[in-house]
Design a binder for this molecule. Sequence first.
Ligand SMILES: [Zn+2]
Length: 115
Amino acid sequence: MALHKGSCHCGKVAFEVETDLSQVIECNCSICRKKGYMLTFAPRTALKVTGEENLSTYTFNTHTIRHRFCASCGTATFGEGQQPGGEPMAAINVRCLDDVDLSNVKAMPFNGRDR
Ligand SMILES: [Zn+2]
């Protein structure tokens, strides 16, 4: 686990998250492919957000995942959902972590489209 810092493009939203980057996925579901998400998961309690009032929320289908994005610049920073047991989770867009060299991140394909 490491503490990573992330932000949206315009900087109105910033966040810190305690997570590790050994299990990053690139999913082929309808929203991930269009947004270009690279995701890592963390308990929602491990994510601290500054400027949260600048975030908008998009939901679709079963509306169980809250896709948060900056209302100013549109950057999709993370999503919020729940584990099957009810524990609040965050799906962090690794592309928004400013201290991560993406060429060093090995993302595993995830077949979300057919689930
Ligand atoms: Zn922004």
